[in-house]
Write a protein that binds this ligand. Sequence first.
Ligand SMILES: Nc1ncnc2c1ncn2[C@@H]1O[C@H](COP(=O)(O)OP(=O)(O)OP(=O)(O)O)[C@@H](O)[C@H]1O
Ligand SMILES: [Mg+2]
Length: 255
Amino acid sequence: MAKKEVLALKGLSFSYAGKAQKALDSVTLTFSEGEFVGIIGPVGSGKTTLLCCCNGLVPKEIRGKFEGRVKFLGNDLARMGFPEISRAASMVFQDPNDQIFNLTVEEEVAFGLLNRGMPRDEALAAARAAVARVGLSEKLHEDPSELSSGQKQMVAIACALAADSRVILLDEPVSSLDWRSSQEVYSILDALAREGRTVIATEQDTSLLSRHATRIIVIDQGRVAADGSARLLTASLIEKLGLRPPAAVARRRKK
Ligand SMILES: Nc1ncnc2c1ncn2[C@@H]1O[C@H](COP(=O)(O)OP(=O)(O)OP(=O)(O)O)[C@@H](O)[C@H]1O
Ligand SMILES: [Mg+2]
C-alpha cells in the first residue's frame, strides 16, 4: 500500500535577496511517512536552502525571490505560523550552537513546547522523555552551551523529538561527530523513520546514508539531478559530485 504523503514541494524556486542566481530551481518533490531520505550534492548546490523551505524559514525569515508551494498534509506552509509548523517539521541545524540558547538542557528541549502554549509540567515531562531517548538524562540540568559538539547535536535532536514533528530535517547532522556518535544519531533516525516519521538528512559523507536512507535525492545547482534508492550512490556519481564515497565503494575502487 502506498505510504501517506506528508510533505509536497511544488515548483520551488528561490534566490536569496540581492542574488540573481537561483539557489533552488523548479524543485518538485513529495515525501511520505516513514521515508528516510538522504539529500546529497556538491557544496553550494542548495541542500540547506531546500531544508529551510521545508520548515518555512524560507521565505518567512530568509528573504528573497520565492516561487512555488510547500504543503504539509495538504495545507500550505505559507499560511501556517511557526508553532504550528513545528508540529509538521523540525530542523536540526548543522551547527547546534545556532539553536541552543537556554540555561539547561531540560529548558532547551521544553522551550518549543512552552512556546506552543503547553502547560509547564507537561512540557518538562516531554522534554525529559526526549532527552532520555538520546541518552543524555545525566545532563538534564547542565548548561547545553557547555556540552560537547556531539552532545549538543543530541540536544537538538531531542528538541525535534519533543516537538513530536512528523518531519525531521537534519542538515549534515554528523559533520562534527565521531564515528560512534554518528552511528548513534543514525540509529535514532532509523527508529524515528520506523515509527512513521519522515526523516530528511543532508550529508557530504555518503557512508551512513548508503546504509540507512531508503531514498537518495541528488541536488545539483539547485535542481533535482536524481531521485531513487541508495543504489544511486555509485562510485562515478559520487566522484562527479565531489563527495566522500561510502567505505565499501572506496574499497572497491582501490582493488
Ligand atoms: N544566506 C545566504 N545569502 C545569500 N546567498 C546564500 C545564502 N545561503 C546560501 N546562499 C547561496 O545559495 C546557494 C545554495 O546554498 P546552500 O547553503 O543551500 O547550499 P548547500 O548545498 O547546503 O551547500 P553546503 O554543502 O556548503 O552546505 C549557494 O550559491 C549559496 O552561495
Ligand atoms: Mg548546507
